[in-house]
Design a protein around this ligand. Structure first.
Ligand code: GUN
Ligand code: FE
Length: 461
């Protein structure tokens, strides 16, 4: 019998990952060994082909077959989507031009309410998880709808299909229509605890793939009592993650301040209720003032940068991502689909560059635009840090789990973007993928060492 610590899978070729927010590492002729449980056992660099068997023998498994990446192919860590709304999968991009509160009431709430029907949830969530895996999203932080049963279904489907995920039942007891809001704060909290118990004791007791996450929609939909109750749950469970929308739109900030006149800003509000700490994943973060940025840094919150929805929803906004990175605040990328029209992290990466360009202009050059390597970091290691999973994923450091994408830029990948030339360096090929590749360039998708790419229909967004 194979011991778990020994390798059971081997990959040979080019590996690319982030060493920091600024720096990528390109490992040529790398030999990466993975154990049966999906952990990276070792990553040797500059290995001559004739030395592979010697290294395998030193791990006690010289007969291991080796998956080789060809020239024009490489392996990167899986993408991490730090913010997305599972029940908005079939409404992506609709309701353009509407400001946030109207968009929620007219487009989103009527749509999300359909997830009361478990059969509908089963059908849509199966497509959603397949769709994300196909696009290389190996980890997603999901908002569910407010429905407990549908959200359990989402968590179960993630486990069945092998996607790593944080899954939350959305808390929203007010400022939403009667047909789509929690019946009471007590029920909202009880159902939240029920989901946590289900995931932690029934579905994935070892926490291999799926973990629960507290998900107050935003303070407009949650009064002080509900936020207080959620904060108490967070306090009792020190590893439980938290996600909400933060300083997303001027209309939203104004409405929040009217509902909570006792606070001067959203940072103080969420901090007061115990929901603003190193386990918080805060979507958008476009409009914090200097004081709030200071609290974000001091409390070590994570920023989910959602450039697609930020710039195509009703209110255009460019979050100060350069400032966050300079200050060492954790930042990752979110598709925010369906407020974001695309569920592709590659598209979010490109939109992050476009938005940072605008920000550079808006600040007279002070906030420098993001680089290719920084957007790659945000999509991988940065996202892992935001989700407090960087001890497990985000790069190819031995000891982490093998969540990875086998990328091919060769003509047989049949991607419209395929355009590499013999003279291209690996750096250029990588850049072509980052800037113009899509899911057709993903030959395989791995989570915990297992191949999880669904085989059916084509998806490119
Ligand atoms: N704020 C509260 N709910 C939502 C939502 O569903 N999408 C976005 N983008 N912002 C929100
Ligand atoms: Fe959102």
């Amino acid at each position: 019998m194979q011991l778990d610590s020994g390798p059971t899978t081997a990959f040979y070729g080019t590996f690319i990952h982030s060493k920091s927010s600024q720096e990528i590492e390109i490992i040529s002729n790398g030999l990466l060994l993975v154990s049966a449980s999906g952990t990276i056992v070792s990553l040797d660099k500059d290995v001559e082909e004739e030395n592979i068997s010697k290294i395998l023998a030193s791990h006690g498994n010289s007969a291991l077959s080796v998956k080789k990446f060809k020239k024009g192919e490489f392996c990167i860590p899986g993408f991490i989507d730090t913010h997305n709304h599972a029940p908005q999968w079939t409404q992506r991009g609709t309701g353009r031009g509407l400001l946030i509160l109207r968009w929620l009431n007219e487009v989103t709430f009527p749509h999300e309410s359909k997830f009361e029907d478990p059969k509908y949830a089963e059908e849509v969530y199966a497509k959603l998880v397949d769709g994300f895996l196909k696009q290389g999203v190996t980890t997603a932080s999901y908002y569910g709808s407010l429905h407990l049963e549908a959200t359990k279904i989402l968590a179960r489907i993630c486990v069945e299909k092998g996607q790593r995920a944080l899954v939350g039942k959305c808390n929203m007891e007010r400022n939403a229509p009667d047909y789509y809001r929690d019946k009471s704060n007590i029920e909202s909290l009880e159902e939240t605890e029920d989901l946590i118990r289900y995931i932690k004791t029934e579905l994935d007791p070892q926490g291999l793939l799926v973990q629960p996450i507290l998900t107050p929609r935003f303070a407009i939909c949650c009064d002080g009592e509900l936020l207080e109750g959620l904060g108490q749950i967070a306090k009792r469970q020190p590893n439980l993650m938290i996600q909400t929308h933060f300083d997303e739109a001027m209309q939203e900030v104004e409405a929040t301040m009217q509902l909570f006149p006792e606070f001067n800003n959203e940072a103080d509000l969420y901090e007061h209720y115990g929901l603003f700490n190193d386990r918080s994943v805060l979507a958008h973060c476009i409009y914090p003032n200097e004081y709030e940025i200071g609290r974000m840094k001091a409390c070590n919150v994570g920023v989910s940068h959602c450039p697609v929805s930020n710039t195509t929803g009703g209110e255009w906004g460019a979050a100060p991502i350069r400032r966050y990175l300079d200050l060492g605040i954790k930042v990752g990328l979110g598709t925010d689909s369906g407020g974001g029209f695309s569920s592709s992290i590659l598209e979010a990466m490109r939109q992050a560059i476009i938005t940072s360009n605008a920000r550079q202009r808006m600040t007279d050059g002070k906030d420098k635009e993001l680089t290719r390597d920084e957007i790659f970091y945000l999509a991988t290691l940065g996202g892992a840090r935001v989700c407090c999973l960087d001890h497990k994923i985000g790069s190819f450091a031995p000891g982490k789990e093998f969540d990875a994408l086998h990328v091919s830029m060769l003509p047989e990948a049949d991607a419209a973007s395929t355009m590499i030339e013999d003279s291209d360096s690996i750096e250029t090929i990588f850049e072509k993928f980052v800037m113009s590749g899509d899911d057709r360039n993903l030959v395989s998708v791995f989570v915990r060492g297992k191949s999880v790419k669904p085989s059916q229909s084509r998806q490119s967004k």
